[in-house]
Design a protein around this ligand. Structure first.
Ligand code: BTN
Length: 233
């Protein structure tokens, strides 16, 4: 089961760091680290992840021995976050921007950072979800692009979302790859959209069975396996 044992920190630098320490020391599959506040939260691509104390779900899970299914963990986690948000806030609809940003109303509500030591048989799945953050609490530069469940009109608490998310993660992470891919594709925010990245641009055409993004460009079709794509708004 994902969520046990659980360690909660009122304040820590990064739940991913704590979870990686626990994993390296042998913590079992499913070990959960949560925090009320992070002093050095990390995002993908070397970015920082910030959230006002107590208003976001900040969590990391130790995952072990997922075998070949491990390549779909980031996508599976994004599906689970969408399902949990919609379970606690039925008026909210979530979409996923490749590979694993969760969007509400085309703004980012949650991000996922997977780090791992596959050779030692473990990975850490970090999730940051803006739950109760008011629209005015986001830093100026994120006003147009970030959102939260509260900003989308939902009144769920961090604990409500966590309670919905743990069983959703249990179902999706390491679950049937076809079901994960089907659920991900049904929420694909980039499908048919113009996108650009370092080195090219084109029209997004969905994901391969290993989760790579397929893009039609002027010079043919490419598959992107990592990195960042931007929606051309
Ligand atoms: C991203 O979209 O850039 C990924 C953001 C991941 C943030 C979460 S918050 C909990 C966990 N601890 C971290 O330092 N990062 C992840």
């Amino acid at each position: 089961m994902i969520g046990r044992p659980r360690v909660h920190h009122r304040l820590t630098d990064s739940t991913n760091e704590r979870a990686k320490e626990l994993a390296a020391a042998g913590a079992p599959h499913g070990t959960l680290v949560t925090a009320g506040e992070q002093s050095a939260g990390r995002g993908r691509q070397g970015r920082v992840w910030t959230a006002p104390p107590g208003k976001a779900l900040l969590m990391s899970v130790v995952l072990r021995d997922l075998g070949p299914g491990h390549e779909l963990v980031p996508l599976a986690a994004a599906v689970a976050v969408c399902e949990a948000c919609e379970a606690v806030a039925p008026s909210v609809g979530c979409a996923i921007k490749w590979p694993n940003d969760v969007w509400i109303d085309r703004r980012k509500a949650a991000g996922i950072l997977v780090e791992g030591r596959p050779q030692q048989g473990w990975m850490v799945l970090g999730i940051g979800l803006n739950v109760a953050t008011g629209a005015e609490e986001f830093p100026e530069e994120l006003h147009e692009t970030a959102t939260s469940l509260a900003a989308a009109g939902a009144t769920a608490s961090v604990d409500d979302v966590l309670a919905a998310l743990l069983p959703a993660l249990h179902r999706r992470v390491g679950g049937d790859p076809d079901l994960v891919l089907g659920a991900w594709r049904a929420r694909d925010a980039l499908l048919g959209e113009r996108v650009s990245w370092d080195g090219g641009d084109g029209t997004a055409q969905g994901v391969t069975d290993s989760g790579d993004l397929v893009v039609d460009t002027d010079s043919g079709q490419v598959e992107l396996s990592a990195g960042e794509v931007h929606l051309r708004r």
